[in-house]
Design a protein around this ligand. Structure first.
Ligand SMILES: O=c1ccn([C@@H]2O[C@H](COP(=O)(O)O)[C@@H](O)[C@H]2O)c(=O)[nH]1
Length: 276
C-alpha cells in the first residue's frame, strides 16, 4: 500500500487510527482460554470489532516473541487474519549490519520464507544507512524509523545537541535522502505533542507513526494541531487503551467503544482541517 492508497483508506474510514495488538496471554479474558490459541482468538475478536474504525494494526512483536514458537505462530496467524485493505505494521524495532538486516527484512516482509508479509516494520536508525538499506530493498514495503520516541528516557540520546542540531533531527534529515515518502515513515511519540510543529518542518511529507495516545497519556488534539499534512500524514496508535478496555466477556465490545471514540475525534479533526 503506498501513501496515496493509505490516504484513500483514511478518507474512506474517516480515521487514521492504528490499533496496537500487544496481546499478553495472562491478560486474555478467561472465557477464551478454552481455545487452542487464546491470543489468536482474542486478536481475531478485536480485529472483527475494530476493522471498520481503523486503517492499521500494529502487533508489537515482543509480545509474541516472548512466547517462543507458540507466540510466533500467533503472530503469523494474526497477520493472516487482518483484512487486506488494512495496513499492517510489525513493531519489531530491528536494525543490524547489512546481511543481518536482510534476514530481519525477510522475517517480516518475505511471505514465502516467513509466512508473513507486513506492509511496514519499525527500524532503529542507530547503525546507519547500511543497516536500513536491506529493508528498503523491498520496494513495496515501508520502513518506520524511530525518531522521537514516547518514553521519558528519549532524552538520554535523541535530544542531545550536536553541531547540526539534535540527534533525532539529524536522523530525519539524513535518512530522508535514503528513500522517498512512499517507503519511509518516522515514529514520533504522542507524548511529544509540542514538537510536532518542528517535526513537520523537517519531514513535511512523510507519514508519522504516533504511539502514546491512551495508556501513555498523549493528546490526540495536540498531535493533530501541527502533525497533519495534506495527505493526513499520521497513523495514531493506541494499544492497551483499546484492547484492554475490559477484561471480561464484553472485551471486544468495549474495545470497539474506545476505538470509536478515537475514530469520532479523528473524523472531527479531518473535517475541520478540510481533509475529508
Ligand atoms: O516511541 C514509541 C515507540 C513504540 N511504542 C510502542 O507503541 C505501543 C504503545 O502501546 P500503548 O499500550 O498504547 O501505550 C507499544 O507497542 C510500544 O512498544 C511506543 O509506545 N513508543
Amino acid at each position: 500500500m503506498n501513501a496515496t492508497q493509505l490516504f484513500e483508506e483514511i478518507k474512506k474510514k474517516k480515521s487514521f487510527l492504528c490499533v496496537g495488538l500487544d496481546t499478553v496471554l495472562e491478560q486474555v479474558p478467561e472465557h477464551l482460554l478454552k481455545y487452542k490459541d487464546p491470543v489468536l482468538e482474542f486478536n481475531k475478536q478485536i480485529i472483527d470489532a475494530t476493522k471498520d474504525l481503523c486503517v492499521a494494526y500494529k502487533p508489537n512483536t515482543a509480545f509474541y516473541e516472548a512466547r517462543g514458537i507458540k507466540g510466533w505462530q500467533s503472530l503469523i496467524d494474526t497477520w493472516k487474519y487482518i483484512p487486506e485493505d488494512v495496513f499492517t505494521i510489525a513493531d519489531a524495532k530491528r536494525g543490524d549490519i547489512g546481511n543481518t538486516s536482510a534476514m530481519y527484512a525477510d522475517a517480516f516482509f518475505n511471505l514465502e520464507k516467513s509466512e508473513m508479509s507486513f506492509d511496514a516494520v519499525t527500524v532503529a536508525p542507530y547503525m546507519g544507512k547500511d543497516s536500513v538499506g536491506p529493508f528498503l530493498q523491498y520496494k513495496d514495503k515501508w520502513v518506520i524509523l524511530l525518531a522521537l520516541t514516547s518514553n521519558p528516557s528519549h532524552e538520554d540520546f535523541q535530544t542531545l545537541e550536536g553541531s547540526s542540531g539534535k540527534l533525532y533531527e539529524e536522523v530525519i534529515r539524513v535518512s530522508a535522502q535514503w528513500a522517498d515518502n512512499d517507503q519511509l515513515m518516522y515514529v514520533v511519540g504522542a507524548t511529544r505533542g509540542k514538537e510536532f510543529e518542528h517535526i513537520r518542518k523537517l519531514a513535511p511529507d512523510n507519514f508519522l507513526l504516533v504511539p502514546g495516545v491512551g495508556a501513555q497519556g498523549g493528546s490526540l488534539a495536540e498531535v493533530c494541531e501541527y502533525g497533519l499534512n495534506t495527505q493526513c500524514g499520521l497513523l495514531v496508535n493506541s494499544s492497551r487503551g483499546i484492547i484492554y478496555a475490559s477484561k471480561g466477556l464484553d472485551f471486544a465490545e468495549k474495545a470497539r467503544e474506545e476505538a470509536l471514540k478515537l475514530q469520532k475525534e479523528m473524523e472531527h479533526i479531518l473535517k475541520n482541517k478540510g481533509l475529508i
